[in-house]
Design a protein around this ligand. Structure first.
Ligand code: ADP
Ligand code: ZN
Length: 750
């Protein structure tokens, strides 16, 4: 008997075994999707193992029918198994992230195998009349489903099935699965034409000295095909995209294909146009705006080898593109490569490295401000370092001016735009150039309070102050997204005057709009980008003539290549520095360097200008960011990490215990702490446990959170000990209504 193991998209780390019916049409293969009963429901699982047995089997259920979707290839089975082991999630959860949706229903269809049944009369005549009748029905069409046959006869279903089995055994008829899927949407195969905003990237002939030397090393790595990783550390404007394009062409010539990862697909439209125009070929673009049907068909087309380039955000690391030769991870330092919720909580950059090994492809990480992890890996020889230290064509880095916010800003709204910034903006706009203003916080005012009694509105589910949004006069919780209309009167004293304190992009937008008639303003933040295509439209408007001033959150810092940006203003540079996260300074440095890098990218020799407003004008980090001196930044940051025992010198596992019952998470967390202590007393080298303690934001969307953090140099042993604990305590925690969320290599410590 043939048995198969199925992985389902459920949060358990085990697979389930089923019987494969003998007459399963077409045979079953590892990687196929099938429908099978699971806990009383029909569920779609992926076949991860097939095995024959002669032992008598009891208590196993039978798989029912195939589900639509390409056969998951062995390399992706291997990659998703790695994800399941490393990030402690179900294999099926990892596969679900990788394999995309399954759409459509399967039916068995029957067809005549011997089309000469009519002429080979003597043999047909020896068949019973019921058999002949059925053959007649089948001869009318290429294939016929059981339902259709049943409509043409009075006979019972079981009788028909018996006849069909007889005919199949005699070799007259064969059966196959027919899967009806929704119609495929139309796909354009034509690359876009170059426009004013985007031109083809230069080729090898135009490369400068640094680009040539990088290309020399990179092409050799591409030819080796041994699954290595290279880190392209190149200053903003140093011409990394031209290198990417050359690498893609090279891999195409080898007959292999490419995955290109971007931090946020909504902001990548310019990058995708640059790639398509330079390469003259359409890319498969995975994006959140795709309908289920479009996503399904895109996945089928990619798996069928209809594209040589797939572009997408983190989940595209799983793209089932055949013959992978190269994975590019652009802006590899971006936090958006890490999936926080739901499982699998994977880091796409790290997976790209793993996948390159599995596929013998090259993983190419690119950034002007690489993550400390990647710098460390380059320094220890794990990654090959490729360096571009200068902007192309001798263009200079922008000049940075630090402006002291301490006298003014917090006191009156208008002063968030200091005189220095206002003058620079007006000068730039008047000269026909463009400007970007950056503040990493959305909304209008982060604290609204009644002028009379001081009452502030807080979220009943999270306990934190609500942010005022002027665009639709609402109060919103930035933790759980709850929203309600803004108040006209204070609920506690009926006062009608409110103080709007704290600053967000909407407040800055108001101040900038008042600068003068020359301002053609656009805003870009998560509130704008929640509408599909809105971010791309805003960026297009800014790259074109529609807007000359763009205000926004970190969305404006990412990869925008607009030539005429003369000045970049940073409203509040140290805003994120005080967040209790060991990466706070790294992030601040990266953000400031990236946003400054948007200035002065034009061919006209104009030197860009950056105004950095800060409450800490003397802070070392601000000085480093101002000089865009990333080498010195890593020289300062890495020893600090080593001393404090943080990544990249250790690895972290965050455990979050949560429940709607206030004390339950802490009880469970203390239980875990006791377990950890016992493990350590057995002198297992598992690493240190920090906490448990209430989370930074202890209540979110009605749930209470308690965190514990493991710091380890032995990640495999530590994760497996955590896994053991979860397996042993799952039912206990369920009874206490406590959920344990495990995040390996976390980037968010909320
Ligand atoms: P990065 O990604 O490193 O910030 P880009 O790849 O965006 O830099 O390059 C900046 C600009 O320089 C782009 O418009 C690109 O087309 C152009 N460029 C790249 N290499 C060269 C070169 N060798 N000669 C002239 N222009 C170049
Ligand atoms: Zn809330």
């Amino acid at each position: 008997m043939l048995l198969c193991s199925l992985a389902f998209n459920i949060p358990v780390r085990r697979e389930f075994t089923y019987i494969v019916p003998d007459d399963w049409p077409g045979g079953l293969h590892v990687g196929d999707r099938v429908i099978a009963p699971l806990a009383g429901r029909d569920s779609t699982g992926i076949v991860v193992k097939l095995q024959r047995t002669n032992d008598p089997i009891t208590g196993l259920k039978t798989i029912q029918r195939p589900a639509a979707g390409y056969r998951v290839p062995p390399n992706l089975l291997q990659l998703t198994l790695w994800v399941s082991d490393y990030y402690l999630c179900g294999w099926g959860e990892a596969l679900a992230a990788a394999a995309g949706p399954s759409l459509g229903a399967a039916k068995i269809a029957y067809r005549l195998k011997r089309l000469d049944w009519n002429t080979g009369k003597d043999r047909v005549e020896r068949l019973a009349a019921v058999d002949q009748h059925l053959l007649n029905t089948l001869s009318a069409r290429r294939y016929v489903t059981l339902d259709t046959i049943l409509k043409s006869t009075e006979r019972k279903r079981s009788a028909i099935l018996g006849t069909l089995r007889h005919l199949i055994e005699r070799g007259w008829v064969e059966s196959e699965w027919r899967i009806t899927t929704p119609a495929a949407p139309e796909a354009s195969a034509v690359a876009p034409a170059p426009g004013n905003d985007v031109h083809p990237e230069p080729g090898i002939a135009q490369f400068d000295e640094e680009q040539k030397s990088v290309w020399g090393a990179l092409s050799a790595l591409l030819d080796e095909q041994t699954g290595q990783t290279a880190l392209l550390w190149g200053t903003t404007g140093s011409g990394k995209t031209a290198i990417y394009c050359q690498a893609i062409r090279h891999v195409w010539l080898q007959g292999r294909s490419v995955i290109f990862l971007v931090p946020e697909i909504g902001l990548a439209s310019q990058m995708i146009r640059r790639l398509e125009i330079t390469l003259g070929e359409k890319a498969a673009v995975w994006h959140s705006g795709l309908s289920n049907n479009e996503r399904f068909w895109m996945a089928q087309r990619i798996a069928a080898g209809q594209y040589r380039l797939a572009v997408g955000a983190r989940s595209a690391v799983f793209a089932s593109i055949p013959n992978l030769g190269l994975i590019v991870v652009d802006e590899e330092h971006a936090d958006s490569y890490k999936q926080g919720d739901p499982a699998p909580r994977y880091h796409a950059r790290d997976l790209a490295v793993v996948r390159a090994k599995i596929d013998n492809a090259l993983c190419l990480l690119g950034s002007a401000t690489p993550s400390c992890e990647s710098i460390h890996n380059a320094q220890t020889g794990k990654y090959r370092l490729l360096r571009l230290t200068r902007r192309v064509l001798g263009r200079s880095l922008p000049v940075v001016r630090v402006v002291d916010l301490r006298h003014g800003a917090a006191h009156s709204d208008a002063s968030w735009i200091t005189n220095d910034l206002r003058d620079a903006l007006l000068r730039t706009l008047d000269s026909g150039r463009k400007a970007i203003v950056f503040l990493n916080r959305r909304g209008h005012s982060t604290l609204v309070s009644c002028q009379l009694c001081g009452h502030t509105e807080t979220c009943p589910d999270c306990g934190l102050a609500l942010t005022y949004h002027a665009s639709d006069r609402s109060y919103r919780c930035h933790i759980c997204a709850r929203s309600k209309p803004a108040l006209d009167t204070c609920p506690s004293c009926a006062g009608t005057d409110f103080l709007l304190r704290g600053v967000g992009t909407q407040k800055i937008e108001e101040s900038l709009a008042a600068l003068g008639p020359q301002v053609r303003l656009a805003r870009l933040d998560a509130d704008i980008a929640s509408k599909v295509g809105a971010a791309a439209a805003t960026l297009d408007g800014f790259a074109g003539e529609k807007h000359n001033l763009l205000v926004g959150t970190q969305m404006v810092t990412k990869g925008l290549d607009v030539a005429q940006v003369g000045v970049v203003g940073v409203i509040w540079a140290d805003q994120q520095m005080a967040i209790p996260d060991f990466r706070a300074e790294e992030r601040t440095f990266q953000l400031l360097t990236q946003v400054a890098g948007r200035a002065g990218r034009g061919a006209d020799g104009h030197v860009g200008e950056v105004i950095v407003q800060t409450f800490h004008p003397d802070h070392e980090l601000i000085a480093l960011a101002a000089s865009q001196d990333s080498e010195s930044f890593y020289q300062r940051e890495l020893p600090r990490r080593k001393q404090l025992g943080y990544p990249p010198f250790t690895r972290l596992i965050q455990l979050a215990f949560s429940s709607e019952t206030p004390n339950a998470p802490m009880e469970s967390a203390l239980g875990f702490a006791a377990y950890w202590k016992t493990c350590l007393s057995e002198s297992r080298n598992l690493g240190k446990l920090l906490g448990p303690s209430p989370a930074l934001i202890p209540r979110r969307a009605k749930r209470h959170y308690v965190n514990a953090l493991i710091k380890t140099t032995n990640i495999r042993a530590a994760t497996s000990a955590v896994d053991d604990y979860r397996n042993q305590n799952e039912s206990l925690m369920r009874r206490r209504h406590v959920t344990l969320t495990i995040d390996v290599d976390p980037t968010d410590f909320m």
